[in-house]
Design a protein around this ligand. Sequence first.
Ligand code: G16
Length: 543
Amino acid sequence: MPIRELQTKPYNDQKSGTAGLRKKVAVFQQPHYLENFLQSIFDVETSLRGKTLIIGGDGRYYNREAIFTAIAMAAANGVAKVVVGQGGLLSTPAASHLIRLRKAGGGFLFTASHNPAGPDGDFGIKFNVAGGGQAPEGLTTRIYEHSKTIQRYRVAEGANLDLDRRGLQKLEEMEIEVVDCVEDYSALMQSLFDFDRIREWIKKGGTLRFDAMHAVTGPYAQRILVEQLGAATNAVMNATPLEDFGGGHPDPNLIYAKHLVDLVHSPASPDLAAASDGDGDRNMILGRGIFISPGDSLAMLAAHLDKLPGYRGGLKGLARSMPTCRAVDQVAKALKVEFHETPTGWKFFANLFDAGRLTLCGEESFGTSSSHAREKDGLWAVLAWINVLAVTGLSVREIAEQHWRRFGRHYFARHDYENLSTATAASVTQALADANAHLPGKTYGDWTVTQADEFSYHDPVDGSIAVHQGLRVVFGDAARIVLRLSGTGTEGATLRLYLERYEKLETALGWETDSAVAPLANAAEQIVRIGELTGRKAPNVIT
Ligand code: G16
């Protein structure tokens, strides 16, 4: 099996977004497209030579082909060992954990997250570095620059690998270990949560429903929730990962997991219902008759985390991405712990974790996680909630209501305008950027603008600065409007408008989110004129 050096030409479009390179499957299927990107990584991140590389994916269409290519290229580029999930499966948090556990030089995670899969769907790759987190911006920029000049790539030809057989295989000088995708991750969860207490809670009648949405978390949820914790066999739905995710859209939110919303509003509701996404890093939490928004989930977990075994030492710090509602800020203040507001993108939390300044963080895009990994972790959040229910003996609704009475309530909604032309999307952000200087002091309904600017982030650990991280119009603590461009879409541009309203009045705590944020949506329209500039009457998706 010779190692060959093959000629290639650059594609010039391999710039990583919020979480790696995401494109239509057909784009990845172009000759040498994947090879170019992988070779760019090997050429730039030379420290992978002689190290272990973790490889896995969410099981979507093209996963296996991509993994074979990545392994053959790793062998030709001096990687000492590849650890790959059986069948090519590894959830994103499990892969992040394996990178840390095996002290690997990095990992390739083949996923386009919650984006639909199949021949006409999306594919993607995240490159995670030693330490388990996503490659920082400086590194992805260097990889992109290199990909624009690449002329050749290296590959070991004629490999005959079996991804379904656990154990050791060899390719050239490189060792390949196929591992059970759940085992190490489940051991980590057992070290963080009180499995005995949860088992007892389930035995006494606590009920669960977890939707794996035919994506990667099926085997994880089946093993942990059903086999290890004793949940009923029907507690895990859609547990078999499929190449097209069963034709569904594994984005755990009020639109794509509406059946769970309907379930919790029916007499058949379990005590806790939850879902995760394509690669297992997102989560949605529901209780009987109630949906817990991601910002609330973060704040509520922060308030209860020290009751869970892995966190008894207390919290080192809390953080959220800028557009995420400010509920957790209140908890940080009450607990007197360090607090950080970062740009969108999980990679910004990694430095804080590594520096020991962060224990728990989250994002409005249904992401929550802790210092146990360097990625957000869907099943972790679900287990944390179950553990909180088991320890407190309260229901999801009781926990939420108790929290709102103590801290007040942040109503939050995100309006997405998808598939706009780049020029149209830019005209909207420009309109707000132009208006910003004149906004402070202006009044909209009950609210007066106290600050209007573009968010930039100064990393307190390495001193790097990230600019252009979203526009915000702040009405003191009472409300906020945020506008930014998505970095994960694969078709046209997506604008996200985030609306947040804070109420402390007891009478206001049971409002419907839609009506609570409606006056803010009107204010946003007056300020930014999205309808007029995009020609859209309404957003495509509201979550
Ligand atoms: C990725 C990132 C997240 C980010 C999300 C939304 O999530 O890992 O940190 O919050 O994208 O990004 P955007 O608003 O730019 O579309 P995932 O689950 O898609 O990997």
